[in-house]
Design a binder for this molecule. Structure first.
Ligand code: DGY
Length: 427
């Protein structure tokens, strides 16, 4: 028998209230523009309510694509007084003001879900044909600009690009980035308690990197050689890989995309290179600091995301399954974004411990694909308990499930509609 975990209407109302006309803000106040990976996940929620609106989310994001193919992590569509740092700090001078970095590239995966679960085939065919060239350009940007030496592993220049801003994995590489020497006022702390957000020291270094990008005029070659922060982010690498698989599948259903053998070869290169990030002592993958040439020894929710990308061999799948079984049981609510045995674990502070439901969804998808159904069910159950008890928050305290960060949050409502509600037929 189907059980009701939450009121679909509440989740639907959140998306409708956060709809700014063509794009959905993550939440009012804290994040008043279009964020890339938020928007992609949110499109999956729209699919449950209004398919045309789901495609519009995609189209609006790609109106801000740079001519080199980059899809920025923020598009500043409107008045920017309430958010810091705004477009003047980024200094990108694009037609639609934007940031200068990207975010985990989940778009092609979301588009594949829209395309395959459509109830309006003519609309889906038309929309796919128009977005496919842009998706290809975006993926080629990642491989060309972020892996110019064709190592198989793309790099990242900013913790904000990971979407997991203050993950303890970034502490060591970020400590080598200087602090800025100008003062500023953080707006995020007007909205959320400071013990749930990154610290000032981290913000000073985030902003140093923003200035650095601007000073070198976003020159990719220069950044590759000189950026003071350069990491291999296992989250980005996994999500890109999964999305490239989805993109190639979409290309196969379209007659007009041209040659895609370059993407197939990118997939092969990543499949060969990924074993260099395996961390056998822990039974998961690891992030890597390219400048210090060292592994980043933190077990975070990103370090099991290769499951989502079909990048793990049988032995690695077994090891990650074992790790996840004990990890889930160590906190009241799962999956904590940082392993609770880490010295850096903090149950409420953004990416240092809280539970994020879109990450649970990705990990669970990977678990199901790797025949670890029972762990996937545990994650789903924990995710349902979060929203059932607290509502649709940005993230949740991993010990007691209390809502943290922004409330009435789009991606959490979308994951609810897409994945957590038994009555939907695509999740
Ligand atoms: C923020 O503003 O906190 C975002 O995570 C940066 O994109």
């Amino acid at each position: 028998m189907k059980r009701k975990y939450f009121d679909r209407q509440v989740a639907a109302d959140i998306l409708r209230r956060n709809d700014f006309g063509g794009y959905t803000v993550p939440t009012h106040g804290l994040y008043p523009f279009q964020w890339s990976w938020d928007s992609a996940i949110t499109a999956l929620g729209w699919l449950q309510l209004d398919e045309a609106r789901a495609w519009q989310e995609v189209e609006t994001m790609f109106t801000g694509q740079w001519s080199n193919g980059m899809v920025p992590h923020i598009l500043f569509h409107g008045d920017t007084e309430s958010y810091f740092p705004g477009p003047d700090v980024w200094g990108t001078r694009q037609k639609i003001p934007s940031s200068a970095i990207s975010q985990p590239p989940i778009w092609a995966t979301a588009v594949r879900l829209l395309f395959e679960n459509t109830k309006d085939r003519a609309l889906a065919n038309e929309k796919l044909a128009s977005v496919l060239p842009n998706l290809l350009k975006y993926h080629r940007w990642w491989y060309r600009e972020r892996d110019p030496k064709n190592t198989g592993l793309v790099c990242s220049y900013h913790p904000w690009e990971s979407g997991m801003d203050n993950s303890p994995a970034w502490d060591a590489p970020l400590a080598n980035v200087p602090l800025i020497d100008w003062s500023y006022e953080r707006r995020d702390l007007n909205e959320v308690e400071s013990d749930q957000r990154p610290k000032k020291d981290e913000y000073d270094r985030y902003l140093y990197l923003v200035d650095f990008f601007k000073e070198c005029e976003f020159d990719s070659d220069y950044l590759y050689e000189n950026c003071p922060y350069k990491v291999l982010d296992i989250g980005i690498i996994s999500i890109l890989h999964r999305a490239s698989i989805d993109l190639l599948s979409l290309c196969a259903s379209s007659s007009s995309v041209g040659e895609t053998s370059d993407l197939e070869s990118n997939l092969n290169e990543t499949e060969k290179a990924i074993s260099s990030l395996w961390w056998p002592e822990k039974g998961c993958f690891a992030n890597y600091d390219l400048l210090a040439d060292t592994r980043l020894d933190e077990v975070t929710s990103a370090t099991v995301l290769p499951l989502f990308a079909n990048l793990a061999n049988a032995e690695q799948v077994t090891a990650m399954g074992d790790l996840l079984r004990t990890w889930i049981d160590k906190t009241g609510f799962a999956l904590s974004s940082t392993h609770p045995e880490s010295e850096s674990y903090e149950r409420k502070r953004y990416w240092r411990g809280p539970v994020w439901l879109h990450i649970n969804w990705m990990i669970a998808e990977g678990l199901v694909a790797n025949n670890l159904q029972e762990i996937a069910e545990n994650l789903k159950d924990s995710s349902r308990r979060c929203v059932q008890d607290a509502g649709f928050w940005e993230y949740f305290d991993s010990e007691n499930g209390t809502g943290c960060g922004g409330k009435n949050f789009s991606w959490t409502a979308a994951v609810g509609l897409h994945w957590l509600d038994d009555s939907n037929d695509t999740g």
